[in-house]
Design a protein around this ligand. Structure first.
Ligand SMILES: [Zn+2]
Ligand SMILES: [Zn+2]
Length: 328
């Protein structure tokens, strides 16, 4: 009689769901043996609709991007069906602690944020509020604040106001952005003030760094490739050593044969060798970025893409520029 009453696989999955058997459902979803895709999908859907934290962790690890997991497609298909208070709570916890919720070292995908915001908005707000006062600093906090702005309600405004007083400027900036988008004129003003101050600080830092490059030989290291860069004087002197005279105004280099050169062929060889060494020296000539104050070598600037506005090379460090000759 056992034989006659054997369940079909789909029926079995239904029963597993009723019994809350996450482990077996997960086995169906992620099995490496060839099983019907229909069964995988049924197992994924069962996990998504259980409103259960362990089931969500099983789904999350099945759909992780770098996983060549056989259950990935079925899992992704089932995710939109996930709903419920336990799912929301799970999503909030997954944002706080991704590695313990099936994400390994990955950053939670967009669907986790959506679940947290849709299924447990109050818990999400609690979490953001608590994270603002936490030590050590959590890098994800600014993302929390940024996502918070997509919600509505008085509590959001309150939390954003608190975040707008945070000691970290990036968190203040996101919070002020959110408040300004809600029509808070004062926040909009504070936001432009904060951005102006940040811009000034960047400019001052660039001037400081450029001065350091000019006065300290130790600072004359290409910020992109790490090789030593030459000032104009050093470059002119090095070029002279291999037979080139550089015009300081135009920058033109002319080869001047010196020493004993025998015949036309010997002169050509000397010029060819001089040119090769001159090219090497020229590649290490230094330039300083006007936007970030960092030094770069000619070779790195030649490789950089063109800046659409200055038409010169984009700074390899800050993507701005333009660069000026490292003069002394
Ligand atoms: Zn370089
Ligand atoms: Zn730069």
């Amino acid at each position: 009689m056992g034989l006659l009453r054997r369940d079909t696989p789909l029926k079995k999955i239904e029963k597993l769901k009723k019994r809350h058997n996450v482990r077996e459902l997960r086995t169906y979803l992620t099995s490496h043996s060839t099983i019907d895709e229909e069964l995988r999908e049924a197992a994924a859907l069962a996990l998504a609709t259980m409103d259960d934290a362990a089931a969500m962790t099983a789904l999350a690890s099945a759909v992780r991007q770098q996983n060549r997991n056989p259950g990935r497609d079925a899992g992704l298909k089932a995710l939109p069906a996930a709903r419920g208070p336990a799912v929301g709570e799970w999503a909030v916890n997954a944002l706080r602690n991704p590695s313990q919720h099936g994400f390994g070292f990955d950053f939670p995908d967009d669907w986790v944020w959506s679940l947290a915001l849709e299924c447990a908005p109050e818990r999400f707000i609690d979490m953001v509020e608590a994270s603002l006062n936490e030590e050590p600093e959590r890098e994800m906090r600014r993302m929390y604040v940024q996502r918070l702005t997509s919600l509505d309600g008085d509590r959001i405004t309150e939390v954003l106001r608190a975040a707008a007083r945070h000691k970290r400027a990036d968190i203040r900036e996101y919070a002020l952005e959110g408040l300004a988008a809600r029509g808070d004129a004062e926040a909009a003003e504070a936001l432009s003030e904060l951005r102006r101050a940040a811009k000034e600080a960047r400019a001052a830092e660039a001037v400081r760094r450029a001065a350091e490059v000019r006065t300290s030989a130790a600072a004359r290291i290409c910020a992109a490739c790490g090789r030593k860069v030459l000032t104009t004087e050093e470059f002119v002197a090095a070029a002279r050593e291999v037979g080139f005279v550089v015009d300081p105004i135009t920058g033109d280099a002319t080869f001047t044969a010196s020493g004993v050169v025998s015949g036309v062929g010997g002169l050509l060889d000397a010029e060819r060798e001089g040119q090769r060494r001159y090219d090497e020296i020229e590649a290490t000539r230094g330039y300083v970025c006007g936007a970030c104050g960092r030094p770069h070598c000619t070779a790195c600037l030649m490789k950089a893409p063109q800046h659409p506005e200055t038409r010169g090379p984009r700074c390899p460090s800050c993507r701005e520029g333009p660069h000026a000759i490292l003069s002394s």
